[in-house]
Design a protein around this ligand. Structure first.
Ligand code: SAH
Length: 273
């Protein structure tokens, strides 16, 4: 056993000899990419979770988050059950996963954030109180503006019959698709586009929810809201004093507006990038 190949240091051009003995350039490419195995490890870790996408080790910590939200006043049991089901840590960077079940917003890249669980829970609970929400348990057909990382879209798909979610930033749209794939939410469609015009082809919607706020509610959203439907969105407060959550209920004859809590969402922008 004294063949040259077993002596150390092994010449670089022999290091991957099992695959490509005569290709030193390829061998060095493979050796110099330490981030690749880490990426593969992350994918493998995701695949090890249960088929529903529920990380087996994270159920307890998620249950504690839900108990805190309930204690802090979130009363909608269907919303709390959905939040106990969807793994929020799937949707944030691995380095932030430990904070995924704290009540805090977190960066998701490109200057955007995943909203804090209490705000997501409040907005969806407000939607469920709309008139078209059957027995206050289903959101019906939903339009979401601002997919971001896809966390809220996943919750909406648990609570709605069909969900259409629009994102204007292509890298986030693509990433959300990738992150949502293991959850197999087949009643959720992701759309790349400018959500200020809503999504005409599938209108009207029983529920419309936006995760980005502009100066006013875009007219297309009001038109695409079903009669009896409800819209919940952040909007610039009158007089330019921050943002407030606005609720719009459409009746047969009018759109009724109410203002809710002060909030802090990223701006609703036009066009796509
Ligand atoms: N619900 C998201 C929150 C994302 S933050 C989540 O769970 O992660 C808000 C998102 O709205 C950002 O990704 C931003 O790019 C997007 N956005 C802003 N203006 C938009 C528009 N006109 N159309 C579609 N998406 C928009």
């Amino acid at each position: 056993m004294t063949s040259r190949a077993r002596q150390f240091p092994i010449p670089l051009d022999r290091a991957s000899s099992s695959k490509s003995p005569g290709a030193p350039a390829r061998a060095s490419q493979t050796l110099l990419r330490p981030q690749r195995p880490m990426h593969e490890a992350a994918v493998a870790a995701r695949q090890q979770s249960a088929p529903s996408g529920l990380g087996l080790d994270s159920q307890g910590v998620r249950a504690r988050m839900v108990n805190r939200l309930r204690a802090d006043g979130l009363r909608s049991e269907p919303v709390l059950a959905a939040m106990a089901h969807v793994p929020r840590h799937f949707f944030v960077d691995t380095a932030l996963a430990a904070q995924a079940y704290e009540d805090t917003s977190l960066p998701i890249g490109l200057n955007q954030t995943i909203s804090k669980p209490s705000v997501v829970g409040l907005m969806i609970a407000l939607l469920l109180e709309g008139r078209n929400a059957q027995a206050r348990e289903s959101l019906g057909k939903v339009l979401e503006i601002g997919t971001g990382c896809g966390y809220q879209a996943a919750l909406l798909s648990v609570l709605g019959t069909q969900v259409y979610s629009i994102e204007r930033l292509k890298p986030l749209h693509d990433k959300a698709r990738e992150l949502l794939a293991p959850l197999r939410r087949n009643n959720l469609r992701l759309i790349y586009g400018d959500g200020r015009v809503g999504h005409g082809p599938n209108a009207p919607y029983d529920s419309i929810i936006a995760a980005a706020g502009g100066d006013d509610i875009p007219p297309a959203w009001l038109e695409q809201l079903a009669i009896g439907g409800r819209l919940v969105a952040p909007m610039q407060a009158p007089g330019g004093r921050g943002q407030v959550l606005v609720i719009v209920d459409r009746t047969e004859t009018q759109w009724l507006r109410q203002q809710h809590d002060a909030v802090n969402f990223v701006p609703l922008k036009s066009g796509v990038e």
